[in-house]
Design a binder for this molecule. Structure first.
Ligand code: GLN
Length: 479
């Protein structure tokens, strides 16, 4: 069931928050040893929250998420609850404060099911970079769930929560949503507060929902969106009731198909499913127009300069002093070095080295500054395209879920997983991934819909219209 299915049942007291939670934990007991979506399961906290939720319902003080079991990616600070970022360096970090987003969920008396697995510090596309374990794709347990929010996407797909929260720096909500056959929404940069989200690349990171359908994504965005004075990059822009945008027809909409995105190397089944989805959207009355995003070819290179530069700076704080994990050494410098050598995994170290190099004097102009300039060109590509169209439609990922281990030894191959999502982060625009078909091997395929800055409404409206005319989102994995 979805959030919006459960809401009336809870409010009419046909079911209690505790009963829903019982069901969720029964499901976790049945499948979690195969899916491994979670790092920490917060059963005691969840039942306490369910009790508070039920009290709120009894006294008719309920909100949208009251009593709804939700999983949260383990890079968001939850006060008093272990928050690891799937890194050994934070393996005993218990935050003394709550992130703004989880605080908003708490204000509505949600139930925290647990903290989900990710690639260490959200660096990756498969959860194989997790410092603890690899999560598995509920549709094929030999395949990755995608990443970095792979735990959140797998938990939603496997029915281990009703909905989840993820974060997206270059695709980490949309790509795992695509690979797990669920809905993932990355809002406009600045739409949702990053306060309490452990920083990876601050100019790209954005929090968003992973849900079973578009209505739930719209509902969750309504709860988590909004300006926050605790995040200086959060935008003082009005939000709306996103669920209210759904159900309007899309007849006057212009849909852009960027010619640079339909490249060689897209899996044949993915291409067919996406093409069929575009025809479907056209049949609903929208006009399909070819557009050009000419700097697309530079997106991956630009992203990996900027993201690693920001990461190398953000990760400077993990020194064995301010946070939990520490290795000893004969003096302070050796303690720092031992802590970071043992605490970080190899992908994180690779990025710290790349970023430090790109920022070093003598190379700064050639790499970091140049990448910032190209980022502006990429953003302008989108601005220009959006003069002609209302949304842009692409595949979310060039391939369906790949086998665990298949790309783990080849970082460059792994980086290509986000080729269709990364430029959206560079531009700061909103994007959603929704299910649009299955491959011959019964693996889900995702369709990406990209919108203008702060126009999540049109993105959601288009996604909803497509979803309502298909049944892909109703399929469940054969676990
Ligand atoms: N896969 C991309 C990376 O490894 C994006 C990750 C993300 O969005 N957090 O950086």
């Amino acid at each position: 069931m979805t959030i919006l299915d459960l809401r009336p049942l809870l409010d009419n007291r046909d079911i209690t928050a505790r009963e829903i939670l019982d069901d969720i934990y029964r499901r976790i007991d049945a499948v979690e040893d195969r899916v491994k979506a979670f790092i920490t399961i917060t059963k005691d906290e969840a039942y306490q929250m369910a009790k508070e939720a039920q009290d709120a319902i009894i006294s008719t003080r309920m909100s949208l998420l009251t009593g709804i079991p939700i999983a949260v990616k383990d890079n968001m600070c939850t006060k008093g609850i272990l928050t690891t970022c799937a890194s050994k360096i934070l393996n005993n970090f218990v935050p003394p404060y709550e992130s703004t987003v989880t605080g908003k969920l708490k204000n509505q008396q949600y139930c925290l099911v647990g903290k989900t697995n990710l690639d260490e510090f959200a660096m990756g596309s498969s959860t194989e970079n997790s410092g603890f374990h690899t999560s598995r794709n509920p549709w094929d347990l030999f395949c990755v769930p995608g990443g970095s929010s792979g735990g959140s996407a797998a938990a939603v797909a496997a029915g281990e929560c009703i909905a989840a929260i993820g974060s997206d720096t270059g695709g980490s909500i949309r790509q795992p949503a695509s690979l797990c056959g669920v809905v993932g929404l990355k809002p406009t940069y600045g739409r949702v507060s990053r306060y309490g989200l452990v920083a990876f690349a601050s100019s790209l990171d954005q929090i968003g929902p992973i849900t079973k359908n578009v209505s739930d994504a719209a509902a969750m965005l309504t709860v988590i969106a909004g300006h926050d004075h605790l995040d200086s990059t959060s935008a003082p822009v009005a939000t709306s009731d996103y669920a209210g945008a759904l159900g309007k027809d899309i007849k006057s909409l212009r849909i852009g198909i960027p010619k640079e995105f339909f490249i060689e190397g897209i899996d044949k089944d993915v291409r067919e499913a996406v093409n069929a989805a575009i025809r479907k959207i056209e049949s609903l009355g929208a006009t399909v127009i070819e557009v050009s995003l000419p700097h697309t070819a530079y997106a991956i290179a630009t992203y990996y300069i900027l993201a690693t530069s920001e990461a190398s700076s953000n990760l400077g704080r993990y020194d064995g002093v301010k946070y939990g994990y520490r290795e000893s050494g004969k003096d302070l410098i050796e303690m720092y070095m031992n802590t970071r050598a043992k605490g970080f995994g190899s992908e994180v170290k690779r990025r710290i080295m790349l970023g430090t190099y790109a920022l070093s004097s003598g190379y700064y102009d050639a790499y970091y500054k140049k990448a910032q300039q190209v980022r502006t060109l990429i953003r302008r590509d989108f601005d220009n395209a959006f003069k002609e169209v209302d949304v842009i439609v692409t595949p979310t990922s060039p391939t369906p879920a790949f086998k665990i281990g298949e790309k783990a030894t080849d970082p460059l191959q792994m980086y290509l997983s986000d080729i269709f999502t990364i430029s959206v982060n560079l531009a700061g625009a909103p994007g959603i991934s929704i299910p649009c078909g299955f491959t011959r091997d019964n693996l889900p395929v995702g369709l990406q819909i990209i919108g203008k800055h702060f126009d999540e409404e049109t993105v959601l409206k288009t996604a909803y219209a497509y979803e309502q005319s298909t049944e892909w989102h109703l399929r469940r994995p054969p676990l």
